[in-house]
Ligand binder design. Structure first.
Ligand SMILES: [Zn+2]
Length: 392
């Protein structure tokens, strides 16, 4: 499982270019599962790495990069039939090598040689992923899972076996009604215990959002037992038989609930940012304003068109980003360097500061607003006492 700290470490990594170091990022996209031959995927992967080796040699790049590429080529050769995506981040000159399994939704197999690791495919996958708990609940069991990037981990569950109905209570149904009431009471106590566990885990920060898997008939009773601030964090649920459901099914069902939620949340955040930008409130649109807001630390969420890319410049000295292609930094006067895609600079900042990133498909309003918008926590340029000052 890829942790937030590992992602932050990748985002903070900087290759020392003065010593010829280079950050290598390799993404492997497997063939779709229905294509069982798995031949094309490794051919593509090897070809991609060989091309990078050639161009590195042509540029006279140093020995550690060559060694990194050879190692990636070895790895690519062995990826045949690998059902999941894979990413490698390496910089031999700085003794850095990390490999991760990822969901097989990386778009394409690709290699990048840059001063920083290329995190765009990763950001598209996890930019807006909350720490997620999946609770599988029936009248006597509860199983709890952490789900992160297709990786499902089970935590300690709860079991309250119900009393056997009927048989244990009296004869010939004399106490049948009593037994039923008793079982119902036990189930209620179980739901209360599950709800309490979810509440304390939430308070400890174990999870941020919740998905519930249960039988439809159990949901209304269980839901009424949920603490209000647990209930408001439920992003969806699916119907399942807790006693028999397989872990792969839990993962797939929960992932589809999650993906749906992320798409809807992205659309909501984009509309909010666009509307608030018009009202001169907590929203900005267009690259120039988004970069300004990033520098003043105001940004909460960023919404980008799925294929967003734009030129910009970055100051190598103070890190200032500018949408205008100016040769000297407006903040410190030192020379700037050109970025072929400003996303390469925005994504690491967003990851380091826990800013939600939403990639949106087909959003004409966002397109018209410059393909990029941000929702702000506050606005530094608005004086809160302004109205009072005007009134007096
Ligand atoms: Zn500067």
């Amino acid at each position: 499982m890829m942790t937030r700290d590992e992602i932050r470490e990748l985002a903070a990594f900087q290759a020392d270019e003065s010593k010829g170091a280079c950050a290598l990022s390799f993404y492997f996209q497997p063939d779709p599962p229905q294509d069982c031959s798995h031949r094309r995927e490794t051919i593509v992967a090897k070809e991609v790495v060989k091309q990078a080796l050639k161009s590195a040699e042509a540029k006279g790049k140093n020995g550690t990069l060559h060694a990194d590429l050879e190692r990636v080529l070895d790895l690519a050769t062995n990826l045949r039939g690998h059902a999941r995506g894979r990413a490698v981040f390496a910089c031999g000159a700085q003794h850095f090598w990390k490999e991760f399994d990822l969901p097989p939704r990386l778009g394409a197999t690709h290699i990048y040689l840059q001063p920083q690791f290329q995190l765009k495919p990763l950001a598209a996958l996890l930019g807006a992923q909350p720490t997620l708990c999946v609770a599988m609940v029936d009248r006597q069991r509860a199983r709890f899972f952490d789900l992160r990037l297709d990786d499902l981990r089970e935590r300690q569950g709860i079991v309250h076996m119900l009393s056997r109905s009927g048989a244990n209570y009296g004869y010939k149904g004399y106490d049948g009604g009593h037994a039923e009431r008793r079982v119902a009471e036990e189930a209620l106590q179980h739901f209360k215990a599950v709800s309490e566990r979810l509440r304390t885990d939430r308070e400890k920060g174990v999870w941020e959002r919740l998905i519930v898997g249960c039988q439809e008939s159990n949901w209304p009773e269980f839901e009424t037992q949920l603490h209000p601030y647990v209930r408001e964090r439920v992003i969806g649920r699916f119907s399942a038989d807790v006693a028999s459901v397989a872990n792969e099914e839990i993962r797939d069902r929960a992932n589809s609930v999650l993906n749906q939620w992320i798409v809807e949340r992205g659309r909501t955040k984009a509309s909010e940012a666009l509307n608030l930008a018009k009202a001169n409130g907590r929203g900005v649109t267009g690259l120039r304003r988004v970069l300004q807001a990033l520098e003043t630390g105001e940004v909460q969420s960023i919404c980008l068109n799925e294929n967003y890319s734009a030129h910009a410049v970055a100051c190598a000295n103070c890190g200032h980003l500018d949408a205008h292609m100016i040769p000297a930094c407006v903040a410190c006067g030192k020379p700037t360097r050109e970025l072929s895609d400003v996303s390469d600079a925005i994504i690491p900042i967003a990851i380091r500061r826990d800013i939600e990133l939403f990639y949106l498909k087909d959003h004409p309003e966002l397109d018209r607003a410059g393909n990029i918008a941000a929702l702000l926590r506050f606005r530094s340029d608005q004086n809160r006492t302004g109205q009072i000052a005007v009134a007096s």
